[in-house]
Design a protein around this ligand. Structure first.
Ligand code: ZN
Length: 422
């Protein structure tokens, strides 16, 4: 018995053989009009136009002329956190910079201090509500980082919360170990001793309990140097743990260089990024396009952070014109991007970064899926893919998502063919 979804105005984001979209291809959406979808055991088994063949036991769900899109993929979040940071919000409104606040013990260290005091159950309860709300806004795959623990116990506590979220929700959730998010106060004078702690104690414990799918390092001015980043990633490679890094948020600080050298799956932020970096990123794809290689280092832009901190936006318009495949993510976190809806990120990308709605669509679906190496099963809709899709409120949804800033354009969410209810 299968479920057939009928009367779909248009299915957008059909699976293409390449799975990801580079440069100009980002503006060309593959769609099918007057469509239906057949789902069996959580997977799409048929997509067609017109009237489907209906067997005796098939369940029919009439989507009444609405659009269907693949569920959105948020490849960069910090959604396990203890508390919002409104005090810093006010300080910044009065003129303090993110770096000044971090220097004074605010920022990530502020989040770490609060998280260390909170119980695992309470952290889970908060994170649970956030994930639920994200799904209702169309996000059906989420990457979640640790990095507000900064001690062995607290980093493991965060990652255990992510593990519980994975077990609780039907969506795909991926965990990233980000012990190298900031130097904890007690290591400020001896940064390399903190790297030793990460490598000697944290990473082996994370691996032993199978708590992470990737590793991440905040490689930037005032945070981790290129050399420290490389040291951490080399060790992670020995465990077979792929990397995604925070780079070039605060300057041209070598983040792209180290990411490409270490074959990171993505380099995220890129508020500062020049043609030298564009070339390196592009080269990372041409070297091994597809055939069992690592699949290139995807550039991930986080416009919520630029908006919220008032810093430059990543030059994604130039990246796309250069032929790169761009990804957008929320960076959902309490300090620099308390934005959890990719629809709002879509709007910022159009108005502030001059991306077209169609380009934005690919940046939050198939390209985002590739940055997690999941584009073979989600991020587009085709036979064999997970039936994770959205029924939209209108029939011209790709354009209305960024247009109606702050209004949820998603009407219904299906995960593996089952409707998600809050
Ligand atoms: Zn981040």
């Amino acid at each position: 018995m299968s479920t057939i979804f009928t009367h779909i105005s248009k299915i957008h984001g059909l699976t293409s053989p390449e799975k990801i979209k580079f440069g100009k291809e980002m503006s060309q959406v593959d769609s099918l009009s007057n469509a239906y979808l057949r789902v069996d055991n959580g997977r799409i088994v048929e997509i067609g136009s017109g009237n489907p063949t209906v067997n005796e036991n098939d369940e029919i769900i009439d989507l009444m002329g609405k659009d269907v899109l693949p569920g959105f993929v948020d490849s960069h979040t910090h959604l396990v956190f203890a508390a919002p940071r409104h005090e810093e919000f006010s300080l910044r409104i009065k003129g303090a910079s993110y770096e000044e606040i971090a220097e004074a013990g605010g920022g990530i260290l502020n989040s770490a201090a609060k998280l260390r005091l909170m119980s695992e159950d309470e952290l889970f309860d908060h994170a649970y509500e956030r994930v639920k709300s994200m799904i209702l806004h169309g996000t059906t795959c989420i990457e979640i980082k640790s990095g507000y623990g900064l001690s062995v116990d607290s980093e493991l506590k965060m990652l255990r919360v992510v593990k519980r979220l994975k077990e609780t929700f039907p969506i795909v959730i991926k965990a990233t170990f980000l012990g190298a998010h900031a130097f904890p106060k007690e290591f400020k004078q001896q940064p390399d001793a903190y790297i030793d702690l990460i490598l000697r104690d944290m990473l082996p414990a994370v691996i032993a309990d199978d708590l992470a799918d990737h590793i991440d390092v905040f490689c930037d001015r005032g945070f981790f140097t290129v050399e420290q980043t490389e040291r951490i990633l080399l060790q992670a490679q020995k465990y077979g743990l792929p990397s995604k890094i925070h780079g070039n948020e605060l300057g041209l600080t070598g983040g792209v260089q180290v990411a490409v050298k270490m074959q990171s799956w993505s380099v995220d932020h890129l508020e500062h990024c020049s043609e030298v970096e564009f070339e390196l990123l592009k080269g990372s794809f041409s070297k091994d396009s597809g055939n069992g290689g690592y699949g290139g280092t995807m550039p991930v832009a986080l416009p919520g952070t630029s908006y919220f901190l008032g810093i430059p936006y990543a030059p994604t318009r130039k990246m796309i014109d250069f032929g790169l495949p761009v990804v957008l993510a929320t960076d959902f976190n309490p300090g620099s991007s308390p934005i959890h809806s990719l629809q709002n990120i879509a709007s910022l990308a159009c108005t502030q970064m001059k991306m077209l709605p169609e380009e934005v669509f690919h940046a939050i679906t198939c390209n985002a899926a590739h940055s997690l190496r999941l584009s073979e099963e989600l991020g587009s809709l085709g036979v064999g893919m997970r039936a994770d899709f959205l029924v939209m409120k209108t029939s011209d949804s790709i354009k209305t998502i960024p247009y109606f800033m702050g209004q949820n354009q998603v009407e219904r969410v299906f995960i593996e063919g089952q409707e998600f209810f809050a």
